[in-house]
Design a protein around this ligand. Structure first.
Ligand SMILES: *Cc1c(COP(=O)(O)O)cnc(C)c1O
Length: 357
């Protein structure tokens, strides 16, 4: 498929690397592509970053038929740019698409579009430690229509944002609030798709948690309110008796690529891994008898986010000494070393972005 390119006349000012916020600054160009039933996905183009003009009846604005992905481009110390497991993001994009009746994209073409866009914006890829260029592919339903049905037309776009550390406090442990009152997703619903509704569903509970002094919510299953699911934008891992335990992918949680990278590394190192149902009672019990060694979240934005405290009903437990556990540290180092090209990549995870593809 053809990819048309039109560039801006005057490139924008590339931000100072040392103080980048998350998701506030956008680069000069974006990718756009359209879908109609007659032509399928067509008119792929990279063009100046610009707002959309939309009919107020556009379906995505009313019924939330939309999906997104989140991945990053990393600058290595010799100045090269690389992606991390981007093929997995494209595969998940298509899995999310089928959950909300969005027509599938050509994964190889989408990956080529990402590489081309990043290569055009190479000067925007920051080089200060822990910085990266965040990549946000999105598809929205574009029919101007107020009836409830899948849209017939769609827009696929990709925007780029240079980012610093995701958590303002940096690689610092976070306090997490466990709730059995609010629910993010139920089996048979949208939980395993990266689709807007899941984030809308998480906002109120997250506000309640913030007011109580916690950074994020740990969601439990929607039926029994006992089984641990995940955090708003991260999967969750427990180290219990030297075993890496994480909830199995049962349909209501997102299949995180960082989660999979942690499990792959653990197996590679000969550490025991268990993907299985785990209740909040088991976690509290493991804490009481001293078996709970570490808790951390996994996700592209923060990579590894150590948890210092868990609040459940009237109890607040401190995990270990409340600091960064050795396993959290080891996974963080191993993954970021591969992402930034500081270490060998025995798994074939790194995707180089050549200039001028
Ligand atoms: C994106 C996301 C994750 C983490 O996925 P990664 O591929 O590791 O970035 C976990 N949970 C939710 C709800 C997410 O949206």
């Amino acid at each position: 498929m053809e990819l048309k390119i039109s560039k801006v006349d005057t490139p924008g000012k590339v931000q100072d690397d040392s103080e980048l916020p998350f998701g506030e600054i956008f680069t000069d160009h974006m990718f756009n592509m359209d879908y109609t039933p007659e032509s399928g996905w067509h008119n792929a183009r990279i063009e100046p970053y610009a707002p959309f003009v939309m009919d107020p009846a556009t379906m995505v604005l009313h019924y939330g038929q939309t999906i997104f992905e989140g991945l990053k481009a990393y600058r290595t110390k010799d100045g090269k740019i690389q992606l991390f497991r981007a093929d997995q993001n494209m595969a998940r994009f298509n899995r999310s698409a089928s959950v909300v009746c969005i027509p599938k994209i050509d994964e190889a073409f989408a990956l080529r579009a990402i590489k081309k866009l990043v290569s055009i914006e190479k000067d925007w890829v920051p080089s200060a430690p822990d910085t990266s260029l965040y990549i946000r592919p999105t598809i929205i339903a574009t029919d101007p229509y107020l009836g409830v049905r899948p849209s017939r037309t769609y827009r696929f776009f990709i925007i780029l944002s240079p980012v610093g550390a995701y958590y303002p406090e940096g690689f610092n442990p976070v306090k997490i609030w466990v709730t059995d009152k609010y629910v993010r997703a139920a089996k048979g619903g949208l939980g395993e798709a990266k689709t807007a509704a899941n984030y809308a569903a998480s906002l109120y509970g997250a506000e309640v948690a913030k007011k109580a002094g916690y950074t994020q919510v740990l969601w439990l299953d929607a039926v029994e309110h006992r089984y641990i699911e995940e955090v708003g934008t991260m999967n969750i891992c427990f180290i219990i008796d030297d075993v890496v335990v994480t909830p199995a992918l049962t349909g209501s949680i997102l299949a995180g690529i960082t989660r999979d990278s942690v499990l792959t590394l653990a197996r590679h190192w000969g550490i025991k891994v268990a993907e299985r149902p785990i209740t909040i009672d088991e976690v509290m019990e493991a804490h009481k008898n001293g078996a709970l060694q570490e808790v951390f979240g996994t996700g592209t934005a923060a990579v590894i986010s150590p948890v210092s405290h868990l609040a459940w009903h009237d109890e607040v437990i401190q995990i270990g000494d409340g600091g960064v556990g050795p396993m959290a540290h080891k996974f963080y180092e191993a993954i970021t070393d591969i992402q930034y090209g500081r270490a060998e990549d025995p798994f074939g995870w790194v995707v180089p972005v050549e200039e001028d593809l």
